[in-house]
Design a binder for this molecule. Structure first.
Ligand code: F6R
Length: 615
């Protein structure tokens, strides 16, 4: 995680660094720091906590800020060492000539540290990054050249990194390097930018060079040189950036999360466009590269993902098995990588990731790539590492998601999986659900309006949120295709309100969790008319008999059953198959309003980061 930024040009570097870091806060936010270069001097300012604390520090350093046109900055999500000012980046070497920021993890830092200690390096922090600062400085001692020092140093480092380094003796450049951590160079006119992610630089330039793994670059105000892993100069590939600056504005909403929840109707329209033409037409998925013949040979599907994306994958299992009749396994990437997994050329592996940068999923995909399986990646970031590993790249086009808690990207992943499942079934000419599929397509087309209608009437959800905000624990139950909705609803609540919430398959309640039920344990039950409706209702009776407070999220409750519930949230009716896409909106809103009522930092919950780039 962590975010890095760099600027070199004629403008006040501190303004650009701070603005860039504010757009990288989603990557981590336990401390921040910048280094400003003016003439042959470098000044470093750091602060513990959120970026505002660093901004306060800089208010008293305006003289340095005014004269500095080169700088590097960092926002940290602690991995090695506590989130203190000392551990905040930038870090320096003994003589303080070299200053460095880093995103990633240096796996052999202990080993390197021992060697550097023996050479007389003095360490001030507990970070792995400081090892890199000393190591590069050490190489500088041998070469007197920052580029060469970086090239030599990265060959000794094991692990993941994106580095930005400046040196007092070479005040016209920032030297960068990348391996398994994102880094983009924004190309400007007489100025250049470096960042972990596009939002940090999009207001200044729409042109960029994506550094590939093992590359090292020299960024000056009027030139950019990139070197490959053999230290040979390569030609620059300048790409046009995909995001508009408007995407990173709250547009009048109190939080990005609320704005992003409200964008979900349009997000669905966007994904359906060009793929679902009409209920009678087959789904068009031009980006899915397997032929009909190859699809017919697929014997199994493996879905690999983490967190919210994993929950989307669990819904994917239901619909792929149903409509495409292919056995589907879903597994957290972090577990997948430590097993002898069975995947071959007849396996379709689907990696799902909003960011496309989740380290566990990247490792799993790289591992499975060796088996010749077809890799389909469902992601919001077509510029990400995972996208570059894809055989079929299925873009969800949800627009940039700023809030750390995933909302619109989840619904976009769900819709992509519905389209993929139908597409695979149609390619295999499976006819048993023909009518149901036509109905599902009709429903998908109407879904954005249904969700927007729901979003217009949230008073009841707000009232219920307030009523339950003082509870310390929550249980979410559902069955069938909504079991993942229970998991995702509980995850949303715990992420942003810190209330202990757990999702269970409703049938599992009586096998243990029921022991926890009493009047202090609200149970939220998801009930959609369908084959599991009566079963979930019985599970609600069991919970009520243990004095649990019961909240129903339902599309129908018979008058005779209404008294069972303390509170009810009625949702628009859709088929059981499509219901996860509607239910989740209610659960997102409930989590949002509880957290907002409790005054939590909704968009940047503690300890979390949007892009989890460490395993
Ligand atoms: C939850 C959330 C996380 C992510 C997980 C995977 O709101 O955002 O659980 O879903 O870290 O991230 P991606 O989808 O970027 O691979």
């Amino acid at each position: 995680m962590c975010g890095i930024i760099g600027y070199i040009g004629d403008k006040k570097a501190s303004d650009i660094l701070i603005s860039g870091l504010s757009h990288l806060e989603y990557r981590g936010y336990d401390s921040a720091g910048i280094a400003l270069m003016h003439g042959k001097d470098i000044d470093i300012y750091k602060a513990e906590g959120k970026l505002v604390n660093l901004i306060e520090v800089l208010k008293t350093k305006q003289d340095v800020c005014e004269k500095s046109k080169i700088g590097i900055g960092h926002i940290r999500w602690a991995t090695h060492g506590l989130p203190t000012t000392i551990n905040a980046h930038p870090h320096t070497c003994n003589c303080k000539n070299l200053t460095l920021v880093h995103n990633g993890i240096i796996e052999n830092y202990q080993e390197l540290k021992e060697e550097l200690l023996a050479k007389g390096c003095i360490f001030k922090s507990q970070t792995d990054t400081e090892v890199a600062a000393h190591l590069i400085a050490n190489e500088y001692g041998k070469t007197n050249n920052l580029l060469k020092a970086m090239q030599n140093a990265v060959k000794k480092i094991k692990g993941a990194f994106a580095f930005c380094a400046i040196h007092k003796k070479e005040p016209d450049r920032i030297v960068v390097a990348k391996r398994n951590a994102p880094l983009v160079i924004g190309v400007g006119q007489n100025e250049n930018f470096i960042a972990s992610d596009i939002p940090a630089i999009i207001e200044y330039t729409k042109k960029a060079i994506y550094l590939s793994d093992h590359q090292v670059g020299v960024v000056k105000k009027d030139s950019i040189e990139i070197y490959d892993e053999n230290d040979s100069l390569i030609s620059n590939k300048i790409e046009l950036l995909p995001f508009e600056a408007i995407a990173i504005s709250k547009m009048g909403y109190k939080h990005f999360m609320l704005k992003e929840i409200h964008e979900q109707g349009d997000v669905i329209r966007n994904i359906l466009s060009g793929k679902l033409i009409s209920p009678k037409d087959s789904i068009v998925l031009e980006d899915f590269k397997l032929t009909k013949e190859q699809i017919n040979k697929i014997k199994r599907v493996q879905i690999i993902a983490c967190g919210t994306s994993l929950h989307a994958g669990l819904v994917g299992k239901y619909i792929i098995e149903k409509f495409a009749k292919i056995p589907t396994d879903v597994e957290p990437s972090s577990e997948y990588i430590y097993r002898d997994t069975i995947a071959d050329e007849n396996t379709l592996v689907i990696g799902i990731s909003q960011s496309g940068e989740t380290a566990d999923t990247i490792s799993a995909i790289k591992q499975v790539k060796e088996n010749n399986s077809h890799i389909a990646i469902i992601t919001n970031r077509t510029d990400s590492t995972m996208a570059r590993l894809a055989d079929s790249l299925l873009a969800i086009n949800a627009g940039i998601e700023v809030s750390v808690a995933a909302t619109k990207s989840y619904i976009a992943q769900l819709i992509s999986l519905y389209l993929l499942a139908i597409f695979l079934g149609e390619a295999k000419e499976i006819s048993c659900y023909k009518d149901e599929i036509i109905n599902l397509k009709q429903e998908l087309i109407k879904l954005p309006n249904k969700i927007e209608e729901l979003l217009e009437h949230t008073e009841n959800i707000k009232t219920i949120a307030k009523k339950y905000s003082s509870f310390k624990d929550f249980i979410f139950i559902a069955r069938g295709i909504n079991y993942p909705s229970a998991l995702e609803g509980a995850l949303k609540l715990k992420e942003i309100s810190y209330i202990n919430a757990t999702g269970y398959g409703a049938g599992e309640l009586k096998h243990g969790p029921i022991a926890m039920l009493d009047s202090d344990m609200p149970v939220l039950a998801i009930l959609n008319t369908g084959i599991v409706y009566d079963k979930v209702l019985s599970n609600c009776e069991e919970a009520k008999a243990r004095q649990a407070r019961l909240i129903g999220v339902a599309d129908y409750i018979a008058p005779k059953d209404k008294d069972l519930f303390d509170d009810l949230i009625m949702i628009p009716k859709v088929s059981d198959t499509l219901s996860p896409a509607v239910n989740i909106v209610v659960l997102q809103l409930l989590a949002y309003y509880i957290a907002e009522y409790l005054g939590k930092d909704v968009d940047q919950p503690r300890n979390l980061a949007k892009s989890v780039t460490v395993e």
